[in-house]
Design a protein around this ligand. Structure first.
Ligand SMILES: [Zn+2]
Length: 199
């Protein structure tokens, strides 16, 4: 499975692959406010460090939990950013304007991101170690600001299934992605459309 593609479990127990298309939206699948609290997986800093190993940040350069240092206060800020991003991204995907208070949370989170470097011995790209919680927050917030303030915002979508709230950035060439996952909502739609055609 590609780095950044995640295996999710639906409330029904069904497993499916989901690619959020960018890091700041990938972070949303770690939990969220209100009804999403039951999906929470970031209970302590080590949970986030583990999760990051399979995230899109690890696509740029390998990220090992040993190189990540997250303080509890940083984790709280990352979760606040994440919960705010849920609201902002959903609002924008529905074609509406997010609240200024929410946008200020994103602005306040735009700290310096992790520093990439080249290993002097091998020339291979790395993250300067340790990668801090503040840098993780910065990476997500800077990406969110660039996304929301740029042309690609048109590609920020909510899954087209009525009962699915997953948000993603459509990175497909034609820009025609409608579903969180073809395996799940895309397939459910196909089956329902087929049933509707039966006499
Ligand atoms: Zn869906």
């Amino acid at each position: 499975m590609r780095v950044g593609t995640r295996l999710l479990t639906a409330a029904t127990g069904e497993r499916f692959r989901f690619d959020a298309g960018c890091f700041c939206l990938e972070l949303l699948i770690t939990g969220g406010p209100g009804p999403y609290q039951r999906y929470e997986i970031l209970h302590e800093p080590a949970d986030l460090a583990r999760w990051l190993e399979g995230s899109r940040l690890a696509e740029v350069a390998p990220l090992s939990g040993d190189d990540i240092r997250i303080q509890p206060a940083e984790l709280r800020r990352i979760k606040r950013f994440r919960d705010t991003m849920w609201s902002v991204a959903r609002t924008v995907a529905h074609g509406e304007r997010p609240s200024s208070a929410d946008l200020e949370v994103l602005n306040d989170s735009a700290e310096p991101p992790p520093r990439p470097r080249l290993d002097p011995a091998t020339g291979v790209r790395q993250w300067a170690s340790p990668v801090t919680g503040g840098q993780i927050l910065g990476a997500a917030a800077r990406e969110a600001i660039e996304l929301l303030g740029g042309d690609r915002v048109e590609r920020l979508r909510e899954c087209a299934a009525d009962d699915c709230q997953l948000l993603f950035l459509d990175t497909s060439r034609p820009g025609s992605r409608r579903w969180c996952s073809m395996q799940r909502c895309g397939n459910r739609h196909k089956v329902n459309a087929h049933r509707a055609r039966q006499p």
